[in-house]
Design a binder for this molecule. Structure first.
Ligand code: SF4
Ligand code: SF4
Ligand code: FES
Length: 524
């Protein structure tokens, strides 16, 4: 690695990085608007100025790349003065409507003024006014006055989606962002422009005015909208999920996520199953457990091999593993299958995958996936335990086939067509309310963290099955994620050598994928 010097400190800097990246790695902030690692260098904002030894004029850090012997300063009086001047220029026509701006609290213009500006305002001329609160597409709202003309949004639509909806029109201080007439910003990745926009010029029409960002609590999670498993920040306040934002993972989703995935959290806020039900009436949790135990006992006495445990590719790997073990050791059946009747998602070359589930690969890894769940239901039996799987909603035919079971128990996150058909329903926690992992279509095991408490009487699948097993005389030691992993990492060859700690924030490929690529994994 080349040696360079930043503010008098010599460092080994990775080849190919620019000075914004190197400085960031050293904990030094070089303020900037137009540069983004996913969009490359444009050099239009001129805020990232630095002094380069041997060059008389200040240079832009975004276009200054690592080379042996390079020496730069980011902290001279001249640079500080220039930054203040550039920021003052950005504020000339800025409306300063921070109190009513949705970007407040995560706005780079605010942040940079507080950290690098702090000058006295000298403006005594009227500001140029532009269009405010204009929908530029179904999901994005533009406030043209707040725009700093960094062109990140334009370049995203030109270079990432290739849809080219956005342009800058007019000259000088009348310049503004707009869409081409008749071509709204409606591409399936349009909300990434909102993330990219450093100010409150582009905001999410769905999120606007719903919650101030400083009330949001952020958790590292995974989108469950399709088998890509984009890495996300899940943001909630007082138990309500307000937003998903992409979290960088170069192996999976780079810096982006799709708009449908972003909206997929609503299912965790709405129509939730919060209390156990028997015949459609709410019953206490303890009574529900007793009834489930009783139903299992009776079915076991009659025909254990006929009991079916129907799982779902929406379940975490840990829940799937626990349910498979429960089926084999407690129910005494091999009829443990995961499948789905959900219609396919739209697939494209950017991120979206046709498989609409986050963990089909996990089901395959555990040997329980079936493409023909209909035949399994057709067989009927004394008892079906359906976990996190709305069979009847997308497939009325599957709903009919459920009638071939004498008793149906649904362990469900939401009230749906399947819970309507179940004699007993117990709420279980969906992935925002648990710790766990999904295995994405690439065979990458990715961790999500519990973002909020489970709603009402909901328990994790693992905990609920543990309590039912205990009532039937078997103690499983599944208290938390690490306990299940201790078993799984031994029993599931694809997970050998892995642990929740080793997965880190970006996940790891399962063994066969690792071996195919020649990669190794450090034990955690
Ligand atoms: S709308 Fe936002 S991202 Fe687009 S040019 Fe303006 S400031 Fe930049
Ligand atoms: S591509 Fe799939 S995983 Fe990624 S955000 Fe969209 S739905 Fe979610
Ligand atoms: S980030 Fe360097 S000129 Fe804008």
């Amino acid at each position: 690695m080349p040696k360079i010097t930043v503010n008098g400190v010599e460092v080994d800097a990775p080849d190919g990085q620019n000075l914004i990246q190197v400085a960031k790695g050293m904990g030094i902030e070089i303020p900037h608007f137009c540069y983004h690692p996913g969009l490359g260098v444009d050099g239009n904002c001129r805020l990232c100025l630095i002094e380069v030894e041997g060059t008389p004029k200040p240079q832009i850090a975004c276009n200054t790349f690592v080379r042996e012997g390079l020496s730069v300063r980011t902290d001279t009086d001249r640079i500080k003065e220039l930054r203040r001047a550039v920021l003052e220029f950005f504020f000339l026509n800025h409306p300063l409507d921070c109190p009513i701006c949705d970007q407040s609290g995560e706005c780079l213009l605010q942040d940079f003024y507080m950290r690098h500006g702090q000058y006295e305002s000298r403006l005594d001329l009227p500001k140029v006014h532009k269009r405010k609160a204009v929908p530029v597409g179904a999901r994005v709202t533009l406030d043209a006055e707040r725009c700093v003309l960094c062109t990140r949004c334009v370049r995203f639509c030109d270079d990432v989606t290739g849809t080219g909806e956005l342009r800058i029109v007019n000259r000088g201080h009348h310049s503004e962002i707009t869409v081409h007439p008749g071509r709204p910003l409606d591409n399936p990745y349009s909300l990434n422009t909102v993330d990219l926009c450093p100010v409150g010029a582009l905001t999410s029409s769905q999120f606007r005015f719903k919650c101030r960002v400083w009330f949001l609590e952020t958790t590292r999670s995974i989108c469950s909208g399709c088998s890509r498993g984009c890495n996300i920040h899940l943001e909630q306040s007082e138990g309500t999920i307000y937003r998903y934002r992409p979290r960088e993972n170069q192996e999976v989703n780079r810096w982006w996520m799709c708009d449908d995935g972003r909206s997929s959290f609503h299912v965790f806020n709405e129509s939730r199953c919060e209390a156990p039900l028997a015949g459609g009436e709410e019953i206490p949790h303890s009574e529900a457990i007793e009834k489930i135990i009783d139903a299992v006992r009776k079915a076991r006495e009659r025909d254990p091999a006929g009991i079916a445990m129907i799982l779902s590719p929406e379940m975490s790997t840990e829940s799937l593993y626990a349910a498979r073990k429960f089926a084999r050791e407690i129910l005494g059946t091999d009829r443990v299958r995961a499948g789905s009747f959900a219609p396919p998602f739209v697939e494209d070359e950017i991120l979206r995958k046709a498989d609409p589930h986050p963990n089909r690969r996990g089901c395959e890894m555990l040997g329980i996936w079936t493409d023909d769940l209909g035949s399994e239901l057709e067989r009927g039996g004394p008892l079906a335990i359906v976990v996190q799987n709305d069979l009847a909603g997308p497939s009325p035919e599957a709903g009919k086939r459920l009638e071939r079971f004498e008793t149906v128990i649904a362990l469900a996150t939401n009230l749906d067509e399947t819970t309507k058909r179940a004699a007993l329903v117990h709420p279980v926690a969906p992935h925002p309310e648990c710790d766990g992992t999904f295995v994405n279509f690439q065979g990458r095991v990715q961790r999500f963290r519990k973002a909020k408490p489970a709603l009402g009487d909901a328990l994790t699948v693992m905990e609920l099955l543990r309590r039912i097993a205990a009532g039937l005389g078997t103690e499983f030691g599944w208290v938390n994620l690490n306990h299940v992993w201790k078993e799984m990492a031994v029993e599931v060859p694809e997970l050998e050598g892995m642990s929740p700690t080793a997965l880190g924030d970006h996940g790891l490929p399962i063994r066969s994928v690792r071996e195919a690529s020649g990669a190794t994994v450090e034990k955690g």
